[in-house]
Design a protein around this ligand. Structure first.
Ligand code: G3P
Ligand code: CA
Length: 253
């Protein structure tokens, strides 16, 4: 029989707007990040690359093709060239004219409004990206509302050395989901968060991470059922395109 429960998410799980509130606005744009704030998410999540002239660029893919009206790799274009692109129209004509953002611009505008979960999407493509991030974030005395994450474990180890007061997170790829005790010990020695896709979320895994003093965020782009599952397993945060969950919502179990 269907049972209805009411969950107050902010009490024990934080909500993270995946690529901004990307169900409602073009991913990784100012519009999506503003929507995250409007929906009262606890964090926005964004992805970072580097332009030809060394600027930190907010975009998910290595290439500009899917989300803009241009074509080619981000690293082949200068910031000025990238700023000419339309990053909104492919989502909907309502967002035509939306420009790509730099990480500097994002932090300037949003640092005081919402937590920032900053993903280094493909750091091996951009040697020195960790130093750039450390130099930018090092200007802030209070880094408690910022987390830097990556699937690239070496990159996150390096970040934690460059900026010891920064919280870093390691993203676990589905193919690496079965972590040995030794591997978890190693990750938890420098990472404050070990984050999983909801597809391999289970109670034991969360407990194993918590036993080592780290927290767990799980991500799922569109799966609303993630909420109930994450809540049941004491997950610390959920990363999703639907990011209006600090309000309460009816969940059907
Ligand atoms: O935050 C986790 C999630 O963003 C990882 O997947 O591909 O959306 O960057 P992706
Ligand atoms: Ca991401």
């Amino acid at each position: 029989k269907e049972q209805t429960i009411r969950v107050h998410y902010t009490k024990d799980m934080v909500s993270v707007a995946h690529r901004g509130a990307s169900h409602f606005a073009p991913e990784n744009t100012r519009a999506a990040f503003q929507k995250s704030v409007e929906l009262n998410a606890d964090f926005l999540e964004c992805d970072v690359h580097v332009s030809k002239d060394g600027e930190l660029i907010i975009m998910h893919d290595d290439k500009i093709d899917r989300t803009t009206n241009g074509s080619g790799f981000i690293k082949e274009f200068t910031l000025d060239e990238l700023k000419q692109l339309d990053a909104g129209a492919s989502f909907s004509k309502e967002f035509k004219g939306e420009q790509i953002l730099t990480l500097n611009e994002l932090i300037d505008e949003f640092y005081d409004q919402i937590g920032l979960l900053i993903e280094l999407k493909n750091p091996k493509l951009y040697p020195g990206i960790e130093e750039k991030i450390a130099s930018l974030l090092g200007e802030y005395d209070d880094l408690s509302s910022i987390i830097v994450q990556s699937f690239d474990i070496d990159s996150m180890k390096k970040m934690s050395v460059l900026l010891p007061n920064l919280q870093v997170a390691v993203l676990i790829h589905p193919k690496d989901s079965l972590l040995s005790a030794a591997k978890l010990d190693d990750l938890a020695s420098f990472a404050s968060y070990i984050n999983f896709n909801v597809s391999f979320l289970n109670k034991k895994t969360v407990e194993r991470v918590h036993d080592r003093g780290a927290k767990v965020f799980v991500w799922s782009k569109k799966d609303k059922n993630i909420i109930a599952k994450a809540h049941k397993y004491n997950v610390d945060g959920i990363i999703t395109d639907f990011s209006n969950w600090p309000y309460e919502e009816l969940i059907y179990l």
